[in-house]
Design a protein around this ligand. Structure first.
Ligand SMILES: [Zn+2]
Ligand SMILES: [Zn+2]
Ligand SMILES: [Zn+2]
Ligand SMILES: [Zn+2]
Length: 792
């Protein structure tokens, strides 16, 4: 998804392999990015563009006039089945394919308002009713919708508006004898009921979920950092030849302290599974993707998306977000949806970065790029003039200034300030020399193709600092985009969110981390990697926060994990991953320790002896670790047993999903007996089975048994991830829910406290789970004291 689709990749690699040797050498040995870009760009032929265009056409990104009816009908089916959530998403899909001010769009909004009403989303319902009206909802259908509006207003306690709507409705009934008698009667009855409800309802305090805004405001950094405004004053920016740029603690830092709070310079929502049409049976897809649930710009979760007027793939949480996105970048991107999906998220971010740069002072960067292009040996005459125009217009004076005052740390401005801006993004390392020549060619050709399309569409307004002129100023931005694509390999930051799953009935939620988007965060990019980091990164919207996950002493480096974490991968695997993606050999404390420790592998992957239970050791043939035991077995044999077991557990999970907890429990208990004969008690599968059992018992309402199993799972999680890890926090949260549901008050209060303590360190106070824990706590504390009855 980050890189271009496979078809385009193999096409370009083939093209590369057929190039004359001399050209391959020229590109492989090119010293600057502009050389790579301009050479590759000359090789892009019309047939290549045609091939790419055909691939892009495979994505449904335009508005399809026949889609709204299809999605509305599919939505109505879900609505009838009382699957209001499913219906909402399908109506949203219908909306995204509708043109403004059509019957299609107003009908979809109106239907969605009904689904939202059933979901208890009254504020959103009201907004959709307004939208339906704005787009010309048919007069004859109005009364029913107005009734819904009145009902929402009553429920929200907005009495004045409610009674206004009710009296409007009454007068419209009086004025419209055209309504069928039966229909009129139903409406009349409903209206009476509603009037009574409105009178009953005294005043209900309006509660707006402004939690998000509050969350961002309350998350303030402890003291401003003059050098790096997105970081706290507890850290400072350093640079040395070995570590490059990095952050270091200037004082002792406690766990949970907020160290960096940075909004993404640019972020791009992952479209989720969005297979091209040629891979699909039907043209329309009823599956739910990220794009249906999260705002294209701010990444907020929303059930009521508002689409772009021009395309079907960009959907937003609000009209404001849509407008902002349009002004900043979407006016250019709107018609390029298919191409951007084909070329991948990195190309998309690269383009968006240069589009956003138009609103900043990027003269420094442009001067650098122009200089690079000018210094090429083989410079075509037109380019020479272009470059001359560019540099002249920028003014000779500022050019000299730039030379005199080279900032000490790359990415800082002339005052030595490192801000989350385009200048900082531009100075992230592209590691050009580390990428293979084929890969560089792929990136350069992809960016060239993007530039050609921009040129053809003439929709690309260059940055203010680039003087207007010939289309070839796109060369400057092409080089910049190529640089961004290469930078992203090491600097892309996954923006994740915690998705909660779990049925409403058993009120125990499972959470899993999902990748929502990819972004560039120049300040977070300053952090070096460790396989056992001392920080924890989380996101609210597009804002990342970095908190200390443990005590950090003054002078210690602030470290962040790039992905390969010691609790998820073995050292060798991590090293391989870091070398291939980030081009370095890790020598963090975890890697050092593992080098010296015995080759038993991590405890959560360990096998145990079937006769004595001791851990097995060795590579291909495993030998019992106990000196008094002679048991041995081949690793392959154990691995195939493990795979069988995993399959069984998978079946049990399927039973759980299909609402057959009893059968799932039977199967899982059998699996447990099997596991005991060859897996260590701390094996991650053993923990997962306990977790599944806990879920199954919860589904049966047996909270006590459920809690017992979850506590065992907790032990395994603790061994693997540590007692204060975020994984531990999520497990404790679940355990708290179980105790809460089972009215085990002292246990619940104790677990709530533990969960809160752990989650606070990683997420800060405005995390959903922490809010939920606090609600649970106040609910338990408000309970009347249990009367001291006779003990039985
Ligand atoms: Zn938004
Ligand atoms: Zn659009
Ligand atoms: Zn390491
Ligand atoms: Zn043994």
């Amino acid at each position: 998804m980050d890189l271009p689709v496979d078809e385009w990749k193999s096409y370009v690699f083939q093209k590369w392999s057929l190039l004359p040797k001399s050209i391959q050498v020229t590109i492989s040995t090119a010293e600057t990015l502009s050389d790579i870009f301009l050479h590759s760009s000359l090789l892009l032929q019309p047939e290549d563009e045609m091939f790419l265009q055909n691939l892009s056409r495979g994505y449904l990104v335009e508005k399809d006039p026949n889609a709204p009816l299809f999605y509305r009908e599919e939505g109505n089916k879900k609505f009838q089945q009382k699957d209001y959530m499913g219906a909402t998403v399908l109506y949203s899909k219908g909306i995204s394919h509708s043109r403004p001010h059509t019957a299609d769009i107003s009908l979809c909004y109106a239907n969605r308002s009904a689904a939202l009403f059933h979901l208890g989303q009254h504020e959103m319902c009201l907004k959709d009713i307004m939208r339906a009206q704005m787009h010309g909802y048919p007069e004859r259908l109005q009364p029913k919708m107005m009734l819904r509006k009145a009902e929402c207003l009553v429920t929200l306690g907005r009495r004045q508006e409610a009674s206004q709507t009710i009296s409007d409705l009454e007068s419209s009934f009086a004025a419209k004898p055209t309504l069928a008698a039966a229909q009129f009667q139903i409406l009349q009855t409903n209206l009476c009921r509603l009037k009574m409800k409105a009178q009953e309802k005294e005043s209900l305090t309006e509660t707006f979920p402004a939690a998000l805004t509050k969350a961002l405001e309350d998350m303030d950094l402890k003291g401003e950092n003059g050098q790096v405004p997105s970081a706290s004053s507890s850290v400072s920016l350093r640079t040395d030849p070995l570590r490059g740029r990095y952050l270091v603690a200037t004082k002792d830092i406690l766990p949970g302290e907020l160290l960096v709070k940075e909004d993404a310079f640019v972020s791009v929502l992952h479209p989720g599974e969005m297979p091209p049409l040629r891979h699909l049976e039907s043209k329309w897809d009823t599956r739910v993707t990220n794009g249906d649930l999260y705002c294209h710009r701010c990444l907020d979760h929303t059930l009521a998306t508002v689409p772009c007027d021009g395309c079907s793939y960009a959907k937003y949480c609000s009209h404001d977000c849509m407008q902002q996105a349009w002004d900043l970048y979407h006016s250019v991107e709107c018609s390029l949806g298919g191409l951007l999906l084909t070329l991948g998220v990195f190309c998309h971010i690269a383009l968006r970065s240069t589009l956003v740069a138009r609103f900043e002072d990027a003269s420094e960067v442009i001067r650098k790029l122009c200089g690079e292009i000018r210094n090429r040996d083989t410079c075509s005459p037109e380019r020479e003039t272009l470059v001359q125009t560019l540099t002249c217009d920028l003014g000779g004076e500022s050019e000299n200034k730039g030379k005199m005052l080279e900032p000490p740390v790359p990415g800082c401005d002339l005052n030595g300030k490192y801000e989350s801006n385009y200048n900082a993004v531009f100075h992230l390392l592209p590691h050009t020399g580390n990428h293979s020549p084929e890969h560089r060619f792929l990136c350069a050709l992809s960016v060239s193709a993007l530039c050609r399309r921009l040129e053809a569409a003439s929709c690309y307004k260059p940055a203010a600092a680039v003087p207007p002129g010939s289309g070839s100023e796109l060369d400057v931005w092409g080089v910049a985009m190529l640089k961004h694509v290469l930078q992203l390999h090491c600097n892309a930051q996954a923006i994740t969110t915690i998705q909660h799953t779990g049925s409403k009935e058993n009120s125990v939620t499972n959470s899993r981390q999902v990748r929502l988007a990819t972004g560039i965060f120049p300040v977070i990019s300053l952090l070096n990697h460790s396989c056992s980091p001392n920080t924890s990164v989380s996101f609210i919207s597009t804002v990342a926060t970095v908190r200390a996950s443990q005590q950090i002493g003054k002078g210690q480096e602030i470290l962040h994990c790039y992905g390969p974490h010691q609790s998820r991968m073995r050292a060798a695997e991590r090293q391989q991953k870091l070398r291939s993606q980030y081009f370095f050999d890790c020598s963090c404390a975890a890697c050092q320790n593992e080098k010296h420790s015995a080759a038993t592998g991590p405890r959560w992957e360990a096998f145990c002896c079937r006769s004595c239970g001791a851990l097995m050791q060795g590579d291909d043939v495993l030998i019992c670790g106990s000196t008094s035991c002679t048991e041995s077995v081949s690793r392959d044999h154990l691995i195939s047993r493990l795979q069988d077991l995993q399959q069984q557990v998978g079946m049990a999970r399927k039973l759980l999903r299909n609402d057959e907890p009893e059968r799932a429990i039977q199967l899982l208990l059998g699996c447990q007996r099997d596991a005991q004969s060859f897996l260590s008690g701390e094996h991650s599968l053993v923990g997962e089975m306990e977790d599944d059992l806990a879920q199954a018992y919860a589904a049966l309402g047996d909270w006590q048994k459920s809690a017992t199993h979850l506590q065992k799972s907790l032990q395994v999680v603790e061994v693997r991830h540590g007692p204060s890890s975020v994984e531990m926090g999520h497990e404790l949260f679940k355990l708290a829910q179980l105790f809460f549901n089972g009215f085990a008050i002292p246990e619940a209060l104790n677990t709530i406290q533990r969960a809160e303590r752990v989650l606070m360190v990683h997420y800060g106070p405005w995390n959903d789970e922490i809010q939920e824990l606090r609600k649970m706590k106040s609910c338990l504390l408000d309970l009347p004291p249990i009367p001291a009855g006779p003990s039985v």
